[in-house]
Design a binder for this molecule. Structure first.
Ligand code: SF4
Length: 280
């Protein structure tokens, strides 16, 4: 008899090939639990697509109620953070804890998540949180990296094949807003990428004024020393991306790929120009 596996699903495209593959060895049940998705109508859209996929492929599907308040309560102070910071850890934990709890309560041998198929997710962190949830609820975790062997490309191809809705933002309100800002950056005549060791509110305000003078909607500030919550909040409100310096190369690659002009600067150039002159 095959062992029973509960597979957490974040969206239908990420589930397009994984349950089918796992079913060769296990009895798989998909588990769509995502209180992070904002707004409610987007949650319904993603849930509907998962139901449609499950029906077409004959997958078993469990769908607990949508409870966005639990996500909102736990991440309220972190909504200004960019993706992959602390808010995302809480988001992974919330979803994997509930998957583990449900697996234990319903006689599953172990649980897993399709989150690791996304190139935007931190696989090690997801697996670490999965293992912690397993210990907490007394059920085994199945660690994964579904991105391997072209896993993400396969998801994209399969979701096209089944004509699945493919969202263009991760899920929460912050990620929706960042997506909008990113689109704005893409429609600008150039994208400023500005780095600095320490970035404070003064720099955010300087940069905002500079962007306004240039008629630009948004720009990117990269920090080496993690700023305070107040600075993250300020950047969010001023529609500025505040990201770790580790992301510079990645961001450059994205804009280069789109053939978009980039200006790279140090924060001191923006600050000095703000005070003295503005030759750019
Ligand atoms: S960006 Fe994605 S993973 Fe991070 S908190 Fe938002 S929905 Fe969750």
């Amino acid at each position: 008899m095959k062992k029973k596996l509960l597979l957490h699903i974040c969206c239908a495209p990420d589930a397009a090939w994984i349950p089918e593959k796992l079913e060769q060895d296990y009895e798989v049940t998909c588990f769509f639990y995502n209180p992070n998705i904002y707004p409610a109508k987007e949650h319904e859209k993603r849930a509907f697509e998962m139901r449609r996929l499950a029906e077409a492929k004959g997958y078993r599907l469990a769908e607990p109620p949508y409870d966005p308040e639990v996500f909102e309560q736990r991440t309220r102070d972190l909504k200004y953070q960019p993706e992959k910071e602390g808010r995302c850890s809480i988001c992974y934990r919330l979803r994997l804890d509930e998957t583990a709890r449900y697996a234990q309560a319903n006689g599953f041998d172990f649980f897993a998540t399709v989150l690791t198929v996304s190139p935007h997710k931190l696989v090690e962190r997801v697996n670490r949180i999965g293992k912690a949830a397993a210990e907490k609820y007394g059920v085994d975790y199945f660690p994964s990296d579904f991105k391997k062997e072209d896993g993400f490309r396969k998801s994209v191809e399969k979701s096209r094949k089944y004509d699945l809705y493919r969202q263009d933002y991760c899920g929460c309100e912050s990620s929706l807003r960042y997506r909008q800002m990113f689109k704005n950056a893409g429609s600008q005549k150039f994208v400023p990428l500005v780095s600095g060791i320490q970035i404070g509110i003064y720099d955010i305000q300087s940069f905002r004024r500079w962007l306004d003078r240039k008629g630009l909607k948004t720009g990117f500030l990269f920090f080496q020393t993690v700023p305070t919550v107040a600075v993250f909040k300020e950047a969010y409100e001023e529609r500025i991306f505040l990201e770790s310096a580790e992301n510079i190369e990645w961001r450059k690659r994205i804009f280069n790929k789109k053939g978009q002009e980039i200006r790279e600067m140090n924060i001191s150039e923006i600050a000095n120009r703000d005070i003295f002159s503005d030759p750019l």
